[in-house]
Design a protein around this ligand. Structure first.
Ligand SMILES: [Fe+2]
Length: 182
């Protein structure tokens, strides 16, 4: 399976969204592999991590996010589960779609979706496998927004930012960042 070939079915090379998606995905794949290589005692699947990280944000084009060239209909938060649907329809192993669905924030619990009336399917979207956790964590260290894309993001900045959205996000992220020595 070639992640770029799948991306190019839905994005046109040279467009803003393509450039931003592919650059961000490469950065997240690199960071994910760096974390995974520090956790070899847990036997992470490196080949899966690299490919799944390249595909984790494939759903963004279906959302409204002008700053990154996306002109879809859905709210941005939907890009995770939309990416899952797309990869499932492409016939990929379900593990790839789950990485998409579970990478936003520090995962989103069903309880959070229900109590805050978040416009998402009512199911738990928290990373469970080691590979899902690694990619979710690595994703937080790079912003797709061109305004911030060159900025180095620290672990404590991520925790602060997640804490402003939801304390549980910050807690979950902190636990994983600790486990991965970040
Ligand atoms: Fe991402």
């Amino acid at each position: 399976m070639n992640p770029l070939a799948i991306i190019e079915k839905f994005y046109t090379r040279g467009t803003k969204s393509y450039r931003i998606l592919v650059e961000h995905s490469r950065i997240v794949a690199e960071k994910s592999l760096e974390i995974a290589r520090s956790q070899m005692h847990l036997n992470p699947d490196l080949e899966f991590i690299e490919k799944a990280a390249m595909l984790h944000d494939i759903g963004i084009f279906m959302t409204r996010a002008k700053a990154i060239g996306c002109t879809g209909e859905k709210p941005y938060i939907c890009h995770g589960y939309l990416g899952k649907k797309l990869l499932d329809e492409q016939g990929l192993l379900p593990e790839y779609g789950l990485v998409c669905e579970r990478h936003t924030g520090a995962g989103i619990t069903r309880e959070n979706i229900l109590s805050n009336h978040i416009l998402l399917p009512q199911r738990d979207m928290v990373p469970k496998s080691l590979e899902e956790k690694i990619i979710c964590v690595a994703d937080k260290y790079h912003s797709k927004n061109p305004k911030y894309a060159d900025k180095k993001i620290t672990t404590s900045q991520i925790i602060d930012k997640l804490g402003k959205i939801n304390k549980d996000h910050a807690k979950r992220f902190s636990i994983w960042a600790d486990e991965f020595n970040l």
